[in-house]
Design a protein. Structure first.
Length: 111
């Protein structure tokens, strides 16, 4: 898993590449917590290059949503693959998330 952190229009973008599973969630949680601790409250998690998400990955998304919700923050997911989108649908996460087709649309959704 590779995680790249970008900033755009006051929005923190975490670009995730690879598999978001039990072995990688700590890295994602740490990247999120670091940015959150620095005051970031609007996040885009870019899933364009994410090939897989497990239940542990879903837990990371849910924890971020809860933490942001308690601090008037927001999270958008962009460019999930059909497989990742199917996991969101089956798990019921799709109704909890702002999902955009690409990064510019996700940034606009949070602006």
């Amino acid at each position: 898993m590779n995680i790249e952190r970008l900033e755009e229009n006051g929005i923190t973008i975490l670009v995730l590449s690879g598999r978001l599973d039990a072995t990688q969630t700590a890295s994602v949680d740490q990247a999120f917590a670091g940015a959150f601790g620095e005051g970031a409250r609007r996040f885009v998690w870019d899933f364009q290059n994410l090939t897989y998400i497990s239940s542990d990955g879903l837990r990371s998304v849910l924890q971020a949503l809860k933490r942001l919700g308690a601090h008037d923050g927001r999270l958008a997911i962009c460019a999930p693959s059909p497989l990742v989108l199917e996991v969101f649908e089956i798990s019921g996460f799709k109704s909890l998330l702002t999902i955009a087709t690409d990064r510019p649309a996700a940034v606009r959704a949070l602006s």
